[in-house]
Design a protein around this ligand. Structure first.
Ligand SMILES: Cc1cc2nc3c(=O)[nH]c(=O)nc-3n(C[C@H](O)[C@H](O)[C@H](O)COP(=O)(O)OP(=O)(O)OC[C@H]3O[C@@H](n4cnc5c(N)ncnc54)[C@H](O)[C@@H]3O)c2cc1C
Length: 374
């Protein structure tokens, strides 16, 4: 006999877990299905940056709400999620980027973001010893932040279980069909009959949607990351060097420096392997910008996926198949977007109404405008 649910969330990353957390506040029969373990996808591989410095009012407002949600989590989950307002510092080494920063800052200030354009001398005060050769300006918001994904996922998991939400772990959905209800077949052979399904399977969302005949503009690509051993704390913000051979990194409150860069050209596909070139490249890029980092020893490296869309914004919406919701295409922002997207999506799934304007993320938009702070 099929087990029946009101809502099933496919994917135990930040998006699925945040949405399931808010869904579980309603009196519904709910399950989360995860291919491996909670956080095994992109979420457990991200570097934890949280910022308001986006280019559209809707994304900025969503991030302001997210910052509030992250700031409450230590109390909500009764544990440290390592939330820390270390700020974000974007660097411009060409005039075009300075103009992008100026335009964004105008929009961000209208939304009351505490952001300013810094001179190279002011940048040096924020990151002591930074190499300012060729640097023209920095866009700096000290209220942006960082947090650690695993205690957050675990906090959501405890809340969901405590409200009788069920988990199927290490048990991927192998097939989905839509008859009167959705019929899900899991790897262990169980079949679930479900009224509403959320596809929040990160980079795997496109493959699952295809089983229902949907072709979504989702393009996973590999991003590698590295963490160093602990070194004495000497800078606070996430530093984002926007040069084609730049990188982004911040120092955790434990002293380790965690870093990534966006490869050019990108590396398409769902891949969790690491390349030979990444480690020497990231070490060179970081220490070119902050020479003191030459002293930091590398602890380990790994990779995960960004799931891209043509405009760099996610898809968060009900699909043309009634009762099938999509939340994916989070690019490099899914961790920071997650809590508020989860809150609003859960409300939409249960009530049919959006509690916030997420129309920029609608499934039938034209995907023409671009988020320029990717
Ligand atoms: C190196 C790196 C650094 C990043 N840094 C940041 C950052 O600083 N800030 C930020 O906001 N974002 C960052 N990101 C992006 C962020 O990690 C993602 O946008 C976010 O985690 C996406 O969350 P998700 O829930 O959509 O997907 P995921 O976390 O990938 O979760 C999807 C889950 O679905 C499961 N799944 C897949 N198929 C099935 C199936 N058939 N059945 C059941 N379950 C299934 C997977 O196992 C996975 O656990 C980074 C990403 C990487 C790779």
């Amino acid at each position: 006999m099929n087990r029946t649910y009101d809502v099933v969330v496919i994917g135990g990353g930040i998006i699925g877990m945040a949405t399931a957390n808010y869904l579980s506040q309603n009196n519904i029969k709910l399950a989360v299905i995860e291919r491996k373990y909670i956080g095994s996808g992109s979420t457990g591989r991200c570097i934890g940056g949280i910022r308001q410095q986006f280019s559209t009012p809707a994304a900025i407002r969503l991030m302001q709400e997210n910052l509030e949600l992250f700031a409450q989590m230590d109390e909500e989950f009764q544990t440290s999620v390592e939330f820390h307002r270390g700020g974000y510092l974007f660097l411009a080494h060409n005039k075009q980027m300075v103009d992008v920063f100026k335009k964004n800052i105008e929009i961000q200030k209208k939304e009351k973001v505490n952001v300013s354009l810094l001179t190279p001398e002011e940048v040096e005060k924020v990151v002591p010893g930074i190499n300012t050769d060729g640097l023209l300006a920095g866009a700096y918001c000290p209220d942006d932040a960082q947090a650690f994904p695993f205690p957050i996922l675990n906090g959501y998991r405890e809340k969901i279980s405590g409200r009788n939400g069920e988990f199927f772990l290490d048990n991927p959905v192998l097939d989905i069909k839509k008859e009167k209800h959705f019929l899900l077949t899991l790897k262990d052979g169980s079949t679930l009959e479900v009224a509403k399904v959320l596809l929040s399977a990160g980079p795997w969302t496109g493959e699952l949607a295809k089983k229902l005949g949907l072709d979504l503009p989702l393009f996973p690509e590999r991003h590698e990351a590295v963490i160093t051993e602990r070194i004495p704390q000497f800078f606070e913000p996430m530093v984002v060097d926007y040069r084609a051979d730049g990188c982004y990194f911040h120092q955790l409150i434990s002293g380790q420096v965690i870093a990534c860069y966006t490869p050019v050209p990108n590396v398409p596909g769902i891949r969790e392997d690491v390349s030979f070139e990444f480690l020497p490249q990231v070490a060179w890029r970081m220490s070119r910008l902050v020479p003191a980092l030459k002293k930091a020893s590398i602890l380990r490296n790994w990779s995960g996926s960004y799931t891209m869309t043509p405009d760099g914004n996610p898809i968060v919406d009900e699909s043309e198949i009634e009762g099938l919701y999509i939340a994916s295409g989070m690019s490099g922002h899914g961790f920071m977007f997650g809590p508020a997207i989860g809150k609003h999506l859960a409300h939409f799934i249960t009530s049919g109404q959006w509690g916030a304007d997420l129309s920029e993320f609608s499934i039938d938009r034209e995907f023409k405008s671009k988020e320029n702070m990717k």
